[in-house]
Design a protein around this ligand. Structure first.
Ligand SMILES: Cc1ncc(COP(=O)(O)O)c(C=O)c1O
Length: 337
């Protein structure tokens, strides 16, 4: 484990294996209704630390910042199946820190892979008892205030790691992709959107590039109109950490936030369930139900509607292996009952 300085002197803990692979995928393209050669994949499912996924990118910078501030522990809010919380627990443990995770609701009845893994990595998970998600943040804030008075130095992270520091991970990913563009990569990117930290960093990074990158971010949980302003704000603050000033209009011109929430956060429709099975059968790629199933379903519908015409598209696979395991567990239970 190594703490390295990014070029802009942002502390960063080296966890992943970069760059992640990028390749054309005609098999996946054919499942989604793309024409031959039209679909490319960016493989953040293979990001090289723990269960992989996009969150490794933000965790490198968030953990770097926590270490630079001599934090005593990491404090975050996240649901029981949060990939971010589980991966942060593993990453924090490698540098001797532990995670306090404030979660909504009550202890789930069945097996939840992310929760079990996070706990096995030393995370202390506290359930608020309320389904109101904002209560997780209030509980986390209260914990930080009390811990600080008691002499600790908690490092507080917003949901999904979506702070300007967390967005530095995808700012670096934009530079990474720019560096891979020696092959004729598509400049139209599609990826799932949750908290918005990944999209914010990506768009901020693209604003510094001469290539005409454009991002279609498929919102799986939040109202697209509301989250767009937050993404623009985070992107501007993230670019500011690199000493760059970017215009909100430029961020907007490179960003399209689309609604992929159907049939609700964490739920899959029967069409989405069939698509997940079809994708895995054709390519071997596991698909998580919360993020990639919805974004891929959106992409399939977009190809059908002719949204991209013959324009090549790069799908940014963000991983989510723990969610895919939960999904298989649920299917397994159904087939045996
Ligand atoms: C597998 C996966 N994909 C996509 C996302 C969305 O990323 P963001 O929250 O940065 O928008 C998440 C968020 O947790 C995730 O776990």
């Amino acid at each position: 484990m190594q703490v390295i300085e990014d070029r802009g002197a942002h502390p960063r803990v080296q966890l992943g294996l970069w760059p992640t692979a990028v390749h054309r995928d005609d098999q996946l393209g054919s499942v989604l209704g793309a024409s031959d050669g039209q679909l490319w994949l960016k493989r953040d499912d293979l990001s090289g630390f723990s269960w992989g996924g996009n969150k490794v990118r933000s965790i490198e910078f968030l953990l770097g910042a926590a270490l630079a501030e001599n934090a005593t522990d990491i404090v975050l809010a996240g649901g029981p199946s949060s990939n971010f919380a589980a991966l942060m627990a593993a990453a924090a443990r490698t540098v001797g820190l532990s995670v306090q995770q404030f979660s909504y609701g009550v202890e789930p009845n069945g097996f939840v892979a992310g929760l079990m893994f996070g706990r096995s990595m030393g995370a202390r998970v506290i359930f608020t008892g309320s389904n109101d998600r904002s209560m997780m943040d209030i509980a986390a804030e209260r914990y930080c205030a009390e811990a600080t008075i008691a002499g600790a130095r908690p490092y507080r992270i917003p949901r999904g790691g979506a702070s300007p520091v967390g967005a530095l991970g995808f700012y670096a990913a934009a530079e990474e992709l720019d560096g891979q563009a020696h092959v004729d990569l598509p400049t139209t990117i599609v990826l799932p959107l949750g908290s918005g930290g990944s999209t914010a960093g990506l768009v901020a990074g693209f604003c510094s590039s001469t290539r005409p990158w454009r991002v279609y971010a498929i919102s799986v949980s939040r109202d697209p109109t509301g989250i767009e302003d937050t993404i623009i704000e985070t992107a501007i603050a993230c670019a500011g950490l690199h000493g760059k000033s970017i215009d909100p209009a430029e961020v907007s011109s490179r960003l399209e936030v689309c609604d992929g929430r159907d049939p609700g956060f964490g739920k899959v429709s029967s069409e989405q369930r069939s698509l997940m099975a079809e994708v895995t059968s054709a390519t071997g790629l596991p698909v998580d139900p919360t993020y990639n199933a919805k974004a891929l379903a959106w992409l399939k519908a977009a190809f059908r509607a002719g949204t991209f015409s013959s324009l090549p598209v790069l799908y940014w696979n963000t991983g989510g292996a723990l969610g895919a395991i939960d999904h298989m567990g649920a299917l397994g239970r159904k087939s045996t009952t």
